[in-house]
Design a binder for this molecule. Structure first.
Ligand SMILES: [Zn+2]
Length: 177
């Protein structure tokens, strides 16, 4: 092996390397705060959510993210495809969980704002049909993607209407003074 591995150049220990494990590390400033990466890549210094534990042949241990673990595979990191697949599965699960939450929230919004949505026109302009009818139909018959789309549409419209109402109230108030 005449080429020096990137990790070795960075002083992280001698090649070849082994992936000894991986985990998802996240950080939330508060329960409602967005999810942020909970780890740091020892190679590039970036914040990382998927943390791969690596061991060099001379026994040094360090962590890298999902990008660095893949681009640095040239000098014999093992288990790479297996690990990559696991991350893929994990990310897909995360996405599914997020979709389920979005759809559940959409159903709640539909229930709580039915009167308003029942006076909003059908998105495809169907006569005598409203957005509430459309949402009922979509949540009953559409696949995951269609239901997510519907949930986002409802949320969007409700937020816009509330914004409009509050601006309108503000205007009345201002005119009063
Ligand atoms: Zn990195």
């Amino acid at each position: 092996m005449d080429k020096i591995h990137k990790f070795e150049q960075a002083g992280l220990g001698l090649a070849p390397y082994k992936v000894t494990g991986w985990d998802r590390e996240v950080y939330k400033a508060s329960p409602d705060a967005p999810i942020q990466p909970g780890g740091t890549c020892d190679y590039c210094g970036q914040g990382i959510m998927y943390v791969f534990n690596i061991e060099s042949s001379d026994g040094k241990r360090f962590d890298v993210g999902s990008d660095c673990v893949l681009k640095s595979g040239e000098a014999g990191i093992v288990n790479m495809w297996f690990v990559k697949d696991e991350v893929k599965i994990h990310k897909a699960e995360m996405r599914r969980a997020k979709d389920r939450t979005t759809i559940a929230q959409g159903n709640i919004l539909l229930r709580e704002n039915r009167d308003m949505l029942a006076t909003t026109p059908h998105p495809h302009g169907f006569e005598n049909k409203t957005l509430a009818d459309y949402a009922d139909w979509m949540f009953k018959t559409a696949g995951i993607t269609g239901q997510v789309k519907t949930a986002k549409l409802i949320k969007n419209i409700i937020e816009k209407k509330y914004l409009f109402i509050s601006l309108y109230c503000l205007q009345i108030k201002t005119n009063d003074v």
